[in-house]
Design a protein around this ligand. Sequence first.
Ligand code: BMP
Length: 247
Amino acid sequence: MVTFRTRLSKISKTNGKVILANDYDAVTRNLESKTIQNIKKLNPFLCGIKLNFHLLLPLGFKEIMRINKTAHHYGLQTIADIKLNDIGNTNRVTTEHLWNMGFDAVIVNPIMGLDSLKSLVKSAHKNNKGVITLCHMSAPEAKLSYDMQIALKKKQQLYQLFLDWALLSKVDGIVAGATFPEIIKYCDKKAGKKLDIFSPGVGTQGGHASEVVSAGTDYLIVGRTILNDSNPQAIAKELQLQSLAKQ
Ligand code: BMP
């Protein structure tokens, strides 16, 4: 069985490097069928789909399994974006549920600590699943926390420590927001090919696809710019082309 990184890289060679953030608000009904429709309509332009915590909450185990199964049928990888951050035992049970539902990877918060992160990655990899850690988020206020100067073993900023931990624990990828291209450049330079960079924040949040792709992003995570467009397929196709521009 191949790794999450390999599976994602394989599909992205034909479909491009856009991951759909399948986000809906709390009043939206028929989440399962809407999501399955998105997969059916948009799959030629996507390499994966990300289901956020707020989408998973109103869905049941079987519905989520059916969504993951449909995504896999079209060759897409699925990511559970729950920004997991707990003690080792709780992380273990949570990821067991996610893998049983058919997810390929989970997004976690490295603030849990290096040892917890290492054991989470180890158990995920045993199951051929992936782990993506937050490094620097896309919201403007992310500067206040992720840019914070810290002094642990050496003086550095929090996102630099999170990148070090990502490399030490051998995660599959990191989240670096598209609204901070300089941070993406830093991460790309330091990490090289050891992990993939996932960038949300394109479009609605102000990030530019081509700019972040040349800064070193490997995968664009895009939600509202696609979902709220009058022609989601056309905009997904445009982003697909931009995601491949660096190759
Ligand atoms: P949109 O393209 O609609 O702005 O959606 C971005 C998606 O990425 C959302 O699901 C959001 O929760 C997620 N995200 C983000 O925007 N910034 C981050 O730093 C990390 C995220 O997971």
